[in-house]
Structures are given as C-alpha cells and as structure tokens.
Design a protein around this ligand. Structure first.
Ligand code: AMP
Length: 214
C-alpha cells in the first residue's frame, strides 16, 4: 500500500491549513497541524496551552522542545501509520532534524509560495471560527451569513490574536529567519515541490495533486 508522508511548508497565510485539510480528505490520512493542537491545548487550559499562549499571541514561535514533544506523541498514534500531512511543523532546523531522528522520511514537502504583501493582506482580513477553527477572509472569502460559520453554524467569528498587525509582522520575521531556510534543507534532500500559492484554492489544490502524484 502506498503511503504518503507529507509536509506543507510556506509563510503564515499561504493556505497550508486549507490545502492540508483537502489533501487529508482525499488521501484519507490525518491532518497534523501543530497550530491547531496548540490552540486546542489553550482552549482546554492545559499546562502545554498555558506555556504556548504568550508566544502565540506575540506571533513568535513556541520553543522547539514543546512542539517536538507533541508531534512525537501524535505520530505514534495508530492512524498515522499509513501516512499523514504535517501542517506547520517543522518550522525550524532543529525541528526538522528531530523529525528525521524520529525515523520519519518525508515523501514530499509542498512549499506554497506567497509574497509578503499577499501574506499581510490575507492575514489582516482573516476571520476564524473560535469553535471549529474554519477560516474566512473579510473580502475574498466571507461566510454565507455575516458573522456565522458556514461549517459549524457558530455565531461570532473572530480575528485571531496572532492575526493582529504587530503579530503578523513578527510571524513574517520568524518565518524568514527560522522557517524559510528549510526550503533549501528539503531541496537538498530531493523532496521539495514548489507550488504557486497566489492562485485560487482550487488551482493550488490541483497543482499540488499533480506535483506529488496523489
Ligand atoms: P499556525 O496555525 O500554523 O499559523 O500556528 C500558530 C502559532 O502556533 C504560530 O505562530 C506559533 O506561535 C505556534 N506554532 C505552530 N506550529 C509551530 C512550530 N512548529 N514551532 C513553533 N511554534 C509553532
């Protein structure tokens, strides 16, 4: 049986989450998002959530040790045996090395390429559902009914703490300094697939499927 061990790379707001969810449905493998797991821990008020909160609100990366621990645990679960899509991990060189040390060999790293200007525009207008995590854009992709989540029906969409302008700037800086070097890291390992992220979500999805042969 073919396995897919995939990872989505790209700046914040590139569409990693959107594309990872689509691919996970298509390939019937779990979507492993460290951002979602950390937000869930915060909602539940766990020790992990408390530890992560101040970094996340400021748009900074949570310490490597913390995220490496949660990914290691998650990948040991049964449903990850036949593959998974990592979304938002690894984000630093030490995280990438830790993943390799766990024995994980990625089949493909999809790098979604989006300019800084586009990131600022997308995140600045992003609305999130605090209940199910679905995301919208004020202008480009509003919900069908104002302020109501299409997916779960909850009322009251919010701007995530880390989608405030200061946090967006910080996240972009963190991305360029710590995450962008992973493009070369995975290119050297022969698994990098570059996709233009400034097309429509459907076009990006088609390009990904074609490039990874899914
Ligand atoms: P995301 O939803 O992927 O944009 O992640 C939201 C926030 O969670 C990031 O801005 C970081 O503060 C934190 N985070 C998520 N994944 C990681 C990671 N791999 N390493 C460090 N921090 C992370």
């Amino acid at each position: 049986m073919e396995t897919f061990r995939l990872m989505m790379l790209g700046p914040p707001g590139a569409g990693k989450g959107t594309q990872a969810k689509r691919l996970a449905d298509r390939l019937e493998i779990p979507h492993v998002s460290t951002g979602d797991m950390l937000r869930e821990a915060r909602r539940k008020g766990t020790e992990l959530g408390e530890k992560a909160a101040e970094y996340m609100e400021a748009g900074r990366l949570v310490p490597d040790k913390v995220v490496i621990g949660i990914v290691r645990e998650r990948l040991q679960e049964d449903d990850a045996e036949t593959g998974f899509i990592l979304d938002g991990f690894p984000r630093t060189r030490p995280q990438a090395e830790a993943l390799a040390e766990m024995g994980v060999e990625l089949d493909a790293v999809v790098n979604i390429d989006v300019s800084d200007d586009e990131v600022v525009n997308r995140l600045g207008g992003r609305l999130s559902c605090p209940n199910c995590g679905a995301v919208y854009h004020r202008d480009a992709n509003p919900p069908a009914v104002d302020d109501v989540c299409d997916k779960c029906g909850s009322e009251g969409l919010i701007t995530r703490e880390d989608d405030r302008p200061e946090a967006i700037r910080e996240r972009l800086e963190e991305y360029h300094k710590k995450t962008a070097p992973l493009i070369e890291f995975y290119e050297q390992r022969g698994v990098l697939e570059n996709v233009n992220g400034e097309a429509s979500p459907d076009e990006v999805a088609d390009a990904i499927v074609e490039q990874i042969g899914a």
